[in-house]
Ligand binder design. Sequence first.
Ligand code: MOS
Length: 725
Amino acid sequence: MNVIGAPLSRVDATQKVTGKAKYSAEFKTPKLAYAVMVTSTVPSAQIFNMDKNDAERATGVIAVITPEDALKLPGAESRLTVLQDAQVHYNNQPIAIVVAEQLHQAQYAATLLKIQYQDEPAKLDFIAGFPASYPGSHTGIPGDMSFGDVESGMRTAEVKVDQIYTTPIQHHNPMEPHATMAQWDGDHLTIHDATQHISGVQKTLAKTFGVPNENVHVISWFVGGGFGCKGEVWSHVVLAAMAARQVNRPVKLVVERPQMFGPVGARPQTYQHLTVGATRDGKLTAIRHEVHAHTSMIEDYLESSAFPTRVMYSCPNVATIHRLVQLNMGTPTYMRAPGVATGTYAVEVAMDELAYELKMDPLQLRLLNYTDVDPHTKIPFTEKHLRECYTQGAERFGWSKRNHEPRSMRDGSQLIGWGMATETYPGKNLPAGALVRLQPNGRVLVASGSQEIGTGMYTVMTQVAADVLGMSPSLIDARLGDTDYPEAPISAGSMSTASVGPAVQQAAIQVRQKLLQMAIGDAHSPIYGARLEEADFKDGKVFLKSAPGKSEPYSTLIDRNGNPAVEAIAKVKPQLNQKEFSCHSFGAIFAEVAVDPDLGMVRTRRIVAVYDVGKVINQKLAHSQFTGGIVWGVSLALQEDTAVDPRNGRIMNANLADYHVPVNADIGEIDVAAIDIPDPKLDSLGARGIGEIGITGTGAAVANAVFHATGKRVRDLPITPDKLV
Ligand code: MOS
């Protein structure tokens, strides 16, 4: 059996479905106290008075911590300067914390605080903020980048699309809300945290509280969904640690669902002005993509919507521009395919509009502008097989049977539409470490300071170690989510497999080597005296390649040698030279929708997508990731929309009933496949990552299908019935 690529079920599946998998809020410890955050009810103010007498007298209350008596945080920055002053920057900002013996006691006491604000002017009008907007960057990459000469490219254009596309604020809603349990022992802090980045939590808390990194121990065995909102450290983590310090007891703080809307990030709203020029025969001559996105008053976060425009098509003249607009809202953050999801929507709808202007098949237009090199840098891609994705996707979907005319297809009273889009996401990785240890009991420990955010990290680590060691995955024990293990990067950016996988692989190779050396140097071993290349290790046994009968279990070997730890720690750095190669995943997605012409209701009936993501490490997990991403894309196109009260910045649908995400009935059939061609230039596994690409083209494919069904172009997401009727 080939373990790499196999559709192995999650090794943690049983733990998850039986409730044995332990999430951060489920840990218990003696003397545990419960903390509840009190949040602001105005968007911009000075807290002028906070009367906590009643709250402090309530049953079970241990402490009520306000800006007046909060611990001073020596190293806190920006949003983590929480309770350090009386300033309110957004509605729902944490402004006090109540600690009690029981959760319900803390919740009740929190309602007894009497807060008086001195209101200040609030910036809540996105468009009105455009004149004061300013440039920004995303993960160090500048927001403004151009190549060629867009003005002259636009002059030579015979056909143009010039439109505004907008996307709303969205809030991540993982099933597991953010949760932190903090305990101090002297100057040592132990934290159980629902996070995508344990070492980030470690370093940030160490700096915030002014203690060395090694004094902070972060544990996170399972995370019930992250999607970007658990990538950074937010104020509640600091508040839990602060409260634990101030009451001198372990403290648990679980963010309440309405508090998920503001203090822990969001996808910012975007206003995207796209101008696309082409010749009459469909060759792109210029693209200008200008993005306005909101950020908070205290920090810059840039939704990099024009980034995909830089790599998608062969076009000699491209300008990408981003502007940040400050609002009295919580700081936005990464949300599944940050920038790429919102930006691909805009570009791929603009391409569809261009196809209609040209009376050309939308897939034909993409093929006509296909690029084999990065159009910006002119360097080649590590691997790019998008052409195969288009061909296979179109074939599986039956695209050739499409009638290009809008409103040309019906099923009874329903209008049927077919739309397509290109998908893309950067391929990248970061330095990562892993430990592999052969244990005397015949099992193998594999450990890395990575995270399991629902994507299958335990399983990938298991598969890679099993592959190198030639052992059954059932003999591998994968461990992660503990800062005592070798450091690994944030679980984000679709890069965990391409980062942690190679580290596990390296450590396993080294362990194998050590074991064989021990065997050939041991006079009692059946392969004593062999040369290294004559020996091998498989199924838990060392053996001689020329005479496989000469073998023994590795546990016997190490037992005879006094049970030394046969282990290795590998630290692997990214190997790709980014000056030589551009690394991106691509895909093609096709959608069929049915629209009720009277009610404006849209159903996605069928979605087909084919991806080029490098080597697929686990067919089953990959299928789940692609499917999950597509469901997110349908949500982007048709449902998700955070509604903000323009008078006070209050979020009006801060709950799972009013914040709409798809249910099964909204989704229909999803058919996904991957080309599965390895990309060895990025990493030794040849995997590029699969967590985010699924959302990227879906919004546009669905929006384009809605236009094809109805003849009505909605450029303002989500496409709700009121916009169609
Ligand atoms: Mo993802 S939004 O990069 O956690």
